[in-house]
Design a protein around this ligand. Structure first.
Ligand code: HPA
Ligand code: ZN
Length: 343
């Protein structure tokens, strides 16, 4: 187990969370609270029964529960409360910037108005800034196992509020849904002035990472760990300075690897790829962002290696230069005060 000193250092290190699905922060207790508030009957016999179901064999087995539980989110207040619960946890983990994913197609199919979703999320983000000083941005994700027309429609329905969004992402079941299917949708998002990211190389092959870079023109890759299977791709990621947003506990829980030491993180670092550490869906995968850093410390990553990943996250975030420079200064102060541990 990681020592209390290292664990404290991890939690005070200023960091950006760049791969976080807000629906994946829905803890079972809050799911029940929202279900009660909205008179929704969940198909479980109670909290304990629900907790028993947090055992996954692959991405799809997780997505089934994740989409099912999203049905408790009905009002703007629900989305606000979800964001606030996350912000409190993120604050304890030293998060100073969070770029938050959500799945608008699912909420619209559940009968919600897109503006209800946006209003709720954005009001939670404003309160998060006021209460904890956390800067944040919103990245709607295309649910890639839904039809391409649905993706195009949701981007059009978000267009009138594109100035309140940070970017566009691509998530959900990866295998069989290559990024290139969505090149027109991503072109449109770029025209709207959005940053572009995509999940690729989580369960899917390195070629999907290449497609995300060449066909979707993304600026970051979410997961991307299977990039190690293609040396040319490693060179591209390094040359173009395209960071990966890695999520170790997610990869473990979804059985992408059998143990954390199987993750090719050292190999990616040695290849010159910029890695960041993130929590993905912390309520489902057994830990928030600092727990992911702890898990890497447990398998032998030094605090200075973890610090590089923290610094990478501040550099890879889509924020203004002034905000980034201020936070890099805060990061340098953290380094100074932890010099003895960083040797
Ligand atoms: N991968 C793909 N889709 C997702 C994930 C993920 O890790 N989390 C939530 N939606
Ligand atoms: Zn994800």
């Amino acid at each position: 187990m990681v020592s209390p000193t290292i664990s404290d250092a991890i939690r005070t290190m200023p960091k950006a969370e760049l791969h976080l699905h807000i629906e994946g922060t829905l803890e079972p207790e809050l799911a029940y609270e929202l279900a009660d508030r909205n008179n929704i009957q969940l198909p479980f016999s109670g909290l304990d029964d629900l907790r028993q179901r947090y055992k996954f064999t692959n991405l799809q087995s997780f997505l089934d529960l994740y989409y099912q539980l999203m049905s408790v989110l009905r009002t703007a207040d629900d989305f606000r409360d979800l964001v606030l619960a996350y912000m409190a946890k993120a604050n304890e983990a030293g998060v100073v910037r969070s770029e938050i994913f959500f799945d608008p197609q699912v909420h619209v199919e559940n009968g919600l108005d897109i503006d209800t979703v946006l209003d709720g999320l954005l009001s939670g983000m404003i309160l998060g800034r006021e209460r904890y000083g956390i800067s944040s941005g919103l990245i709607p994700c295309i649910v890639r196992d839904k039809p391409v027309e649905s993706a195009a429609q949701i981007v059009e329905s978000l267009a009138h509020r594109s100035d309140e969004l940070l970017g566009l992402g691509l998530d959900s079941a990866e295998l069989g849904y290559p990024p290139q299917l969505f090149s027109d949708v991503f072109d449109r998002a770029r025209d709207l002035g959005l940053h572009l990211v995509a999940h690729a190389g989580e369960e899917g092959p390195a070629d999907y990472v290449k497609q995300a870079i060449y066909d979707l023109k993304v600026e970051r890759i979410d997961h991307g760990i299977r990039s190690v299977e293609d040396l040319e791709l490693l060179e591209i990621l390094k040359e173009r300075n395209i960071p990966l947003t890695c999520c170790p506990l997610s990869n473990l829980k979804l059985q992408v690897v059998n143990k954390l030491s199987e993750l090719p993180l050292q190999q990616l670092i040695t290849s010159g790829v910029q890695l960041t550490i993130n929590s993905d869906d912390p309520a489902y995968f057994g830990g928030y962002i600092a727990d992911n850093f702890d898990a890497l410390a447990d398998i032998g990553f030094t605090l200075s290696q973890l610090a590089r990943m923290g610094e990478n996250s501040l550099r890879a975030a889509f924020w203004g230069e002034t905000e980034r420079d201020n936070m890099l200064k805060q990061f340098a102060l953290w380094e100074q005060s932890h010099q003895a541990l960083l040797q």
